[in-house]
Design a protein around this ligand. Structure first.
Ligand SMILES: *Cc1c(COP(=O)(O)O)cnc(C)c1O
Length: 353
């Protein structure tokens, strides 16, 4: 047997997640991964690298619990929110039997994680306004153990109606988890569902330090849920999911000073987003600029593939969303610095329609 044939069938068939980094590009304006545009610096205070780290570093958990208004027992820290997505499938879905469900257009890792574990994924396309099609979800829930709902949604940028979340949480009660992926919640903090965890034992909230906290390279994310859910995830998580330097920096980022700095960054991004939206609405090849509650905006363009390529060749790397259902002609632009916005604006202005 060839090495290829030795592998599991679902792994042979797997298309890995097309991350911004994997897609490559040679650019000097990187607006394709929803990162914060400038680096924040830290000093390492833990010099005990001869020792294994704590599985769930106390300072990180306590700081995050405080920040989220939850008890430490309701918080799990992992190698990015992406690992949280995976742990939920590993702990709750029987391969070949149970399924997960999500509503495209949305984040790409839910399907990749399900495929990796040989778990079926079911999709229910979002409505035309990108809200949840609750009736269609209800009709497809048989055998579903985890429903992933990204809010605000990547890549469309809008918040999912809280009332729809309530209906979904009621219809899945005792049957399935509802996972609210709040990777971008710092840009619209009023929309968080963490306050509902006490009320709904099947609600899970995912968070990350990769976006508003400007720490995508750190690989640190959080799963927030009832103590029962967290206890189950603790059974399947790696013994040392975070290295000592990661825990050290995460604890600093989540200190009162770190959180204040994050809020200043959010204010800066929101201001820049307004500037970019106003400018984009005035450009010939731009057909539509969608409202956003996040640090990126979705834009529909005339001849979007050609525009994407043209900007790529100029070193301006955006994210093509053209292949996602209902997003034909759409590109996603991360909010960067004013210089970066200006590069995008000038390049788009120069495009012939
Ligand atoms: C960026 C992102 C994540 C992943 O966050 P990491 O903590 O970097 O793994 C999860 N969900 C959504 C919707 C994201 O955009």
């Amino acid at each position: 047997m060839s090495i290829e044939e030795l592998a599991r069938k679902n792994v042979r068939d797997l298309t890995p997640y097309q991350s911004a980094r994997r897609l490559g590009g040679k650019g000097d304006v990187w607006l394709n991964a929803n990162e914060f545009p400038t680096a924040v610096s830290f000093d390492l205070s833990q010099q005990t690298l001869n020792r294994y780290p704590e599985c769930q570093p106390k300072a990180v958990i306590e700081n995050y619990a405080q920040y989220a208004g939850l008890k430490p027992e309701q918080v799990l820290v992992s190698r990015g929110a992406d690992e949280g997505i995976e742990l939920l499938i590993r702990a709750f879905c029987e391969p070949g039997k149970d399924a997960i469900l999500f509503c495209p257009p949305t984040y790409g890792m839910y399907s990749v994680s399900a495929e990796t574990f040989g778990v079926e994924y079911r999709t229910v396309p979002a409505l035309q306004n990108w809200q949840l099609d609750l009736q269609a979800i209800a009709d497809k829930l048989d055998g579903v153990k985890v429903v992933y709902v990204c809010s605000p949604n990547n890549p469309t940028g809008q918040i999912i109606n809280p009332q729809d979340f309530r209906v979904l949480l009621e219809m899945t009660r005792g049957k399935a988890l509802v996972v609210a992926d709040e990777a971008y919640i710092e840009f619209c903090p009023q929309a968080t569902l963490t306050g509902w965890i006490a009320e709904y034992p099947n609600l899970v909230v995912l968070r990350t330090l990769s976006k508003a906290f400007a720490l995508a390279g750190l690989r640190c994310g959080f799963t927030l849920a009832s103590e029962d859910v967290i206890a189950l995830l603790m059974k399947v998580i790696a013994p040392y999911p975070l290295s000592t330097p990661v825990a050290d920096i995460a604890a600093q980022a989540l200190s009162p000073l770190g959180i204040n700095a994050m809020r200043d960054r959010v204010a800066q991004i929101l201001e820049e987003r307004q500037y970019l939206i106003t400018q984009l609405r005035d450009i010939a090849c731009v057909e539509q600029v969608f409202d956003s509650e996040t640090n990126y905006i979705l834009v529909r363009l005339t001849a979007s593939s050609a525009v994407f390529k043209s900007l790529w060749d100029q070193g301006i790397i955006l994210r093509d969303q053209n292949k996602q259902p209902s997003l034909s002609g759409c590109l996603r632009i991360t909010i960067g610095t004013r210089d970066e916005s200006q590069r995008v604006i000038d390049a788009l202005r120069a495009e012939k329609v």
